[in-house]
Structures are given as structure tokens and as C-alpha cells.
Write a protein that binds this ligand. Structure first.
Ligand code: FAD
Length: 300
């Protein structure tokens, strides 16, 4: 065990700084705090991360009827606080490692932090379609998840993607929207049986074999242009009040100029999970990163 934050001169020194307060970061921070290491978790938006947007998580173990993401994250946060995890609303912008084996985490606002170990649990961002109009209309009819979009009741909406997240989102939206189209480049959807069954009963319509080529609208999204992937068939223009782009996710870069990641720095959760992106996986991965960090701290 090492002295807590703020001991000595200069910026606060923590045993560990965790970047990201989603499931991975909360699990990692709880594990480190419970083991007695002074740990500060930084979250730039909302503690709970993406899980906060999940209306009902049905595949998280221990809850036979499922649980809302908000409730589950409130439980995780209560457990973290019980073990003394400190949290702060802040965005980490760079990480560096000094010759003294101390990491320096610089923040968008406020003084830098020092830590013996850093756990990067920053999640992954949604992949862009990369078509004209997308950046301009983002937040103006173009969204990633339904919780960030205004009410879609009575609207005509489109979802782009063929995976589990897109299928789930389309089914959820179909409960309120007037019409939901699922635009998929592939002929088949890649979701498990239960989700596909729900989707087929939802009233949402699949448009397979099409890709989005352009988004149209002046101040907000008005229409979507679609071209057939096979080059056969017609270019379609479809009215859309909202479009959800769910064509995968990609993690950002670690904001450090390292060629090799140094000992004491660990990644967890969606940031490093490849295609295995789930709350339980992120939590377990956070704990694994915390265990690695503890082994490292013990060896210092
Ligand atoms: C539509 C949808 C449906 C899903 N359905 C399910 C489901 O049914 N079951 C399931 O188990 N999982 C589901 N998931 C996946 C699940 O939400 C994620 O796998 C999980 O939230 C990943 O946790 P994480 O902590 O790795 O990342 P996140 O939850 O993304 O948390 C990362 C956090 O880091 C913060 N952050 C990023 N960069 C910085 C920085 N530089 N400084 C400070 N903070 C930073 C972010 O603000 C964010 O809060 C779904 C996801 C989506 C989008």
C-alpha cells in the first residue's frame, strides 16, 4: 500500500488512475479500492458509460428478468463508493511516463495528475458511415442510440447496420415509430435467434443489399439516399426523420506517443475487447486489468 493522493509535494499522486467510468472502469476502480490502493476514476460525461442507455439488459448474469442499465450502474457505483473509490468529472487528454516510473495524466481542464499505474477504460466510439451529409447532420436527425435521439413516436426512421445492436435498436424503435426501416448491406442479419424473432414480429422492414450513399437535409435530416450494393436495382431516396448509424464501433487512440505500452498501463472493456462488447465482459475485463495493476504495484 502506498500513500494516498496528495501526499508529498507537487500534483496529487495516486496508486492508480482509471480513465473512463463505464462498466470496465467502475469494476477496475472498485477492485483496486477494495484492495486498499488509492484510486481516482475520471469520467468525462456520465458515470455508468454506455450501459446507462440500455433500457433492459437481459443477458447480464444474476437478473432473471433483466435489469435496466441505469439501475445496474447505480448498484456498481454504490459498491465502488462503499470501497472508497474517488471519482471526478474530467477528461484525460494525454498520458506520459517519466523516468521515475510515475505516469502523468493531463486533463482537458485543471492540473495534471500523477499515478503509479493507469487503467485505460475509455470504451469505443461508433464507426461513421463516411458519406456526404453525415457529419453536418450528426445530432440533427442522425444518431447512434435511441436514448440520445428525441422521441421518435409517429416518425419514419431508418437504422443502418446488420448486427445485433442494429437489430435490437430497430426492434426497440418499432414500438413507437410510425415506420422503421433497417438498411443492411448484407442479405442476412447477424443477430442471435431471440433478437431476430422479436425483430420479425416488430413491424420493422428490412432493406437488404443497400448501402447509404448520401444524407440529405438543410437544417435537419430529411431523406436518405440508398444505392444497391450489387449495382443492380435502382437508387432509392427515402424520407427519414431520424437515422441511426450502427455499423460497428472503433476505439480511439491512446493519447500517448508510445511504441510499446509500458508496464503499469492497462486497457480494459470495449476499448480493447474487439467484437466482444458486453457489460459483463467489460466488468470482468476491468477486474483483470485491476489485478494486473495490483501485481505491478506490489512489485514496485
Ligand atoms: C445500443 C447498444 C445496445 C447494447 N446492448 C447490450 C446488451 O444487451 N447487453 C450487454 O451486456 N451489453 C450491451 N451493449 C454493450 C455495453 O453497453 C458495452 O459493452 C459496455 O458499456 C462497455 O463498457 P466500457 O466500460 O468498456 O465502455 P463504455 O460503457 O463506453 O464506457 C467508457 C466511458 O469512458 C468515458 N471516457 C472516454 N474517454 C474518456 C477520457 N479521455 N477521459 C474520461 N472519460 C472518458 C466515456 O465517457 C464513457 O463513459 C450495448 C451497447 C449499445 C451501444
Amino acid at each position: 500500500m502506498t500513500p494516498g493522493a496528495g501526499s508529498g509535494h507537487g500534483p496529487a499522486l495516486y496508486d492508480a488512475v482509471v480513465v473512463g467510468g463505464g462498466p470496465a472502469g467502475l469494476a477496475a476502480g472498485t477492485h483496486l479500492s477494495r484492495a486498499g490502493y488509492s484510486t481516482l476514476l475520471l469520467e468525462r460525461e456520465s458515470l455508468g458509460g454506455q450501459a446507462l442507455g440500455l433500457e433492459r439488459i437481459e443477458n447480464y448474469p444474476g437478473f432473471p428478468r433483466g435489469i435496466s442499465g441505469v439501475k445496474l450502474m447505480a448498484l456498481w457505483l454504490a459498491q465502488a463508493r462503499r470501497w472508497g473509490l474517488k471519482t471526478r468529472t474530467a477528461e484525460a487528454v494525454t498520458v506520459s511516463l517519466g523516468a521515475d516510473k510515475i505516469f502523468v495524466v493531463r486533463l482537458r481542464k485543471g492540473p495534471a495528475l500523477r499515478a503509479r499505474s493507469v487503467l485505460w477504460c475509455a470504451g469505443a466510439g461508433f464507426r461513421k458511415l463516411g458519406v456526404p451529409g453525415e457529419s453536418r447532420l450528426l445530432g440533427k436527425g442522425v444518431w447512434n442510440t435511441h436514448d440520445e435521439a428525441p422521441d421518435c413516436a409517429g416518425r419514419q426512421v431508418a437504422v443502418v447496420g446488420s448486427g445485433e445492436t442494429a437489430v435490437q435498436q430497430a426492434e426497440l424503435l418499432a414500438r413507437k415509430a410510425a415506420k422503421v426501416y433497417l438498411i443492411s448491406r448484407t442479405e442476412t442479419l447477424k443477430a442471435h435467434k431471440l433478437l431476430l424473432e422479436r425483430f420479425s414480429r416488430s413491424g420493422a422492414v428490412t432493406l437488404p443489399g443497400y448501402r447509404v450513399s448520401r444524407l440529405l437535409g438543410k437544417k435537419k435530416l430529411e431523406a436518405v439516399e440508398l444505392v444497391p450494393v450489387s449495382r443492380r436495382g435502382e437508387v432509392k431516396r427515402m424520407k427519414a426523420d431520424a437515422l441511426f448509424t450502427l455499423v460497428g464501433k472503433e476505439p480511439g487512440e491512446i493519447p500517448a506517443g508510445w511504441l510499446l505500452k509500458p508496464a503499469g498501463f492497462y486497457e480494459a472493456g470495449d476499448f480493447s475487447a474487439g467484437i466482444f462488447r458486453q457489460v459483463a465482459v467489460a466488468g470482468g475485463d476491468g477486474i483483470r486489468a485491476a489485478m494486473r495493476s495490483i501485481r505491478y504495484l506490489e512489485g514496485l
